[in-house]
Design a protein around this ligand. Sequence first.
Ligand code: NAP
Length: 344
Amino acid sequence: MGYKVAVVGATGNVGREMLNILAERAFPADEVVALASRRSQGVEVSYGDKILKVKTLDHYDFSDIDICLMSAGGAVSKEWSPKIAASGAVVIDNSSCWRMDPDVPLVVPEVNAEAIAGFRKKGIIANPNCSTAQLVVALKPLHDRAKIKRVVVATYQSVSGAGKEAMDELFAQTKAVFTVEEIEAKKFPKRIAFNLIPHIDAFMDDGFTKEEWKMVVETKKILDPKIKVVATCVRVPVFIGHSEAVNIEFEQPLSADEAREALRNAPGCLVIDKREAGGYVTPYECVGEDATYISRVREDPTVDSGLVLWCVSDNLRKGAALNAVQIAESLINRKLISAKKKAA
Ligand SMILES: NC(=O)c1ccc[n+]([C@@H]2O[C@H](COP(=O)([O-])OP(=O)(O)OC[C@H]3O[C@@H](n4cnc5c(N)ncnc54)[C@H](OP(=O)(O)O)[C@@H]3O)[C@@H](O)[C@H]2O)c1
């Protein structure tokens, strides 16, 4: 007997991908329920070769749900995750709402799967921000080999990271450029078509943005609080796939060859690094893929021991939906939950 799984935010970018991934990986679910806001009641979404009719979150009874994958934003999660957890379901949340709560594990299974066991305090497990997830997958094997001191990262983040309306905005603006119509910017503070914007999420008092702050504190919570991180987060006119240029400084020596070898053997990483035109991965190629791709690994001559690399991943998959489903699989594989029906 399998599990009953609810996907909250099932009409969104991440929710739809969650349904795809549950089906692709043959997740042991007896039933999957798709939930969203009242606006979407009755909307049809695909789950493998099945069609699910979306139900509204407001009146849904979670008492027989085992696992709830939440991806409906911070405000919805703040209100609903504790209520859903109180009904006995484990909530795996994609919003930023619970990530830094000391009683909520923040998990990337390739990096800190053992932290999952801490879910019992609140019944909630948090998924990191999309740009943090791929970064820590790439950093973990290098940290294990040579102890990372400091990371300087610049991101090139796709518009899908800002939700489905943001994707529509890039499409509409791009079309408007060709049809010489007025360009409207609603979701982004400036035009995104044929442009890029060095600003994601709100500005903080120190001049960094919240997106940049998230990369710092989440990397510390998942990987190692001693690692120093500084980030510049940039939105680029790419539909899906986040890219990162990463400078890493180590305590011990690590050559580019040793780093490539460590990355090749690490879970979730794929190294594509030929020093020739096209011998690297771009965001367009990572769409629909599960891996974090690493290219352009080279030694940094400006520090005693340092590397520079390029890292690309599908933000809707490893950055959100895939990571959430992997957490659910880890809960089952580690026998941390059992299906309510089975237990009854
Ligand atoms: N996109 C990424 O790369 C990424 C990565 C990591 C984390 N996340 C996080 O994942 C969450 C979802 O992101 P997304 O990109 O999928 O956004 P999205 O495409 O805008 O979808 C939002 C989803 O939330 C639902 N929703 C909104 N208000 C609701 C309410 N009051 N009650 C129930 N459902 C409600 C929407 O339903 P309706 O269609 O009915 O409005 C829709 O299904 C966000 O917290 C985001 O920060 C996203």
